[in-house]
Design a protein around this ligand. Structure first.
Ligand code: FAD
Length: 485
């Protein structure tokens, strides 16, 4: 037990004990260590955590609190303005130091800067650490000293940099303060949705560090080596599903990197197999997303390519088209399957994220920000950097984006990536009995086939909300109009 000026470790999106530079430094400092989580919605600006993320956070904090307790520590949970809560805690504890892992969202950078300046002025030792990225945005720049805006040269540059080493394992225990400060229970944060919407999430996910490590182990078993061939097929469990764990910092990208290299070494394919290389380059897209949001902080709401700010979006009186999309009732099976997977599990396969995003922005011509907001509320991995990149990429208005005129054709995408229909049959069961030939385009099926399969278009499954060809032509015309201005 230590009574000297304790170290507060302010936990945010770093809900783990292993490879945690801030925690390790706090233990090294030798005084009592007090880990704190503060729920501070106001600080996130327009991006306070959505419903699915809150579900995850509840379970992740519960797991973390238990892991800390096993080490005779305690997780202090509070709610409110971070600066005020920290100020209060520092006073209560007589704390001498405050450590945290850096975040990169624009509003959070500002907030953290103020806190650091004010507390340092007051004589506290304030230190922040990297724990969320392989390469922090301020360390990567092109030959002109500017931020990269194209992924391939960005990633090539990163691959030439020193890869970060994994830090120490979880501390076995750490000195405790003479008296623990008051704490809320995790349940007091009321993070779980009032509706039973998220009840099924627990079948798919195990939030927390142990769940993250288990998901990594499972993926590194065999799937990683087939990743390059399997990653685009939503009916197959061919990707790691590490995204929510990474977002909440239950695992670090450095740990993932090391695991991939270790796997390669054990197989004699050093540094990694092709599948692992492709996988790590996807982790690289996450890095690139943080690079972009850091250097272009306006992009969560504004297009990076300014000319797109005047895009002629279509009207949607009563919001019917948006609602059809949100509810998985567009009449395009691959789109509906994706939106229903999202609602049921809090996650959607990347290929399908691109298809549904393209559908909203190009077929329905609704602003990408509307889609980003829906994803924000419903994804367990909702991440301001990755979500912004994903939406702007699909909409053609971001860095290294798909050109606007490349419009995903949902039927072709369905046939190509869900040819055996496993994915659509799982999430759109009312179409399950349709033969593969018509599964992705039920409106093309003859009446007797529909009847045999029990499909009533406009009854138990909707007619297409828009005609693909007409929607495509209208989107291209809108793009021409934008180019004229
Ligand atoms: P894997 O394929 O196993 O990839 C490993 C890790 O790399 C992921 O966990 C993720 O952290 C990262 N990654 C993979 N692809 C991307 C990508 N395209 N961009 C950035 N990082 C990537 N990802 C989020 O984490 N949060 C979001 O809010 C988010 N919103 C998206 C919105 C749209 C419109 C699109 C097209 C993509 C979005 N993505 C988002 C990226 C991607 O779809 C998910 O990261 C991926 O599907 C997560 O599944 P996984 O963990 O199995 O990925």
């Amino acid at each position: 037990m230590s009574k000297a000026a304790p170290t507060i470790v302010w936990l945010r999106q770093d809900l783990r004990l292993q490879d945690h530079a801030a925690l390790a430094a706090a233990v090294d400092r030798g005084e009592a260590v007090v880990p704190v989580y503060i729920l501070d919605d106001a600080a996130e600006g327009a991006w306070a955590m959505g419903g699915a993320s809150r579900w995850w956070l509840h379970h992740s904090l519960t797991a973390l609190a238990a892991a800390i307790q096993e080490r005779s520590g305690r997780l202090i949970v509070r709610q409110g303005n971070s600066a005020e809560v920290l100020g209060q805690l520092i006073k209560e504890l007589g704390a001498g130091a405050l450590y945290w892992t850096r975040r990169y969202e624009p509003a959070i950078i500002e907030r953290d800067k103020h806190i650091k300046e004010a507390l340092t002025r007051d004589g506290l030792e304030v230190r922040s650490f990297n724990g969320a990225l392989l390469h922090e945005p301020h360390t990567v720049q092109n030959k002109q000293g500017k931020p990269f805006q194209v992924f391939t040269p960005y990633w090539r540059h990163c691959l030439d940099m020193d890869q970060p080493k994994v830090g120490p394992g979880a501390p076995k225990e750490w000195p405790r303060p003479g008296q623990w400060p008051d704490s809320l229970e995790v349940a007091d944060l009321k993070l779980l949705p009032k509706l039973d919407w998220a009840d099924g999430f627990g079948d798919r996910w195990t939030p927390g560090e142990a769940g993250a490590q288990a998901a990594l182990r499972e993926f590194m078993g065999d799937a990683v080596d087939d990743y390059d061939g399997q990653r685009d097929f939503p009916g197959v469990h061919g990707t790691s599903r590490l995204s929510p764990h990474l977002h909440f910092g239950e695992i670090s990208p450095a740990q993932i990197w090391a695991a991939a290299e270790e796997k390669g070494r054990s197989r004699g394919v050093f540094p990694t197999s092709k599948g692992a290389r492709v996988f790590l380059s996807e982790v690289g897209w996450r890095e690139f997303a943080y690079h972009l949001i850091y250097h272009f902080p306006h992009t969560p709401t504004q297009p990076l390519r300014e000319e797109f700010a005047d895009f002629p979006w279509a009207d949607d009186p009563g919001g019917h088209k948006l609602k059809a999309w949100q509810r998985g009732q567009t009449g395009y099976p691959i789109v509906d399957a994706g939106m229903r997977e999202l609602w049921a599990t809090g996650w959607m396969h990347n290929r399908v994220r691109m298809v549904v995003a393209s559908f909203l922005v190009k077929h329905l011509r609704r602003p990408w920000q509307k889609g980003a907001e829906w994803f924000w509320d419903t994804l367990v991995d909702a991440d301001l950097a990755a979500n912004t990149l994903g939406w702007q990429w699909t909409s053609g208005c971001g860095a290294d984006a798909a050109p606007y005129f490349r419009i995903f054709a949902p039927v072709l995408q369905g046939n190509k990536f869900d040819g055996d229909g496993d994915y659509v049959r799982r999430w759109v069961p009312e179409l399950a009995k349709l033969p593969d030939k018509y599964l992705q385009a039920p409106w093309e099926a003859p009446a007797e086939v529909l009847e045999y399969a029990g499909v009533d278009l406009g009854g138990n499954y909707p007619e297409p909300v828009v005609d693909h060809k007409q929607a495509r032509d209208a989107a291209l015309a809108a793009y021409q109009e934008l180019k004229k201005n």
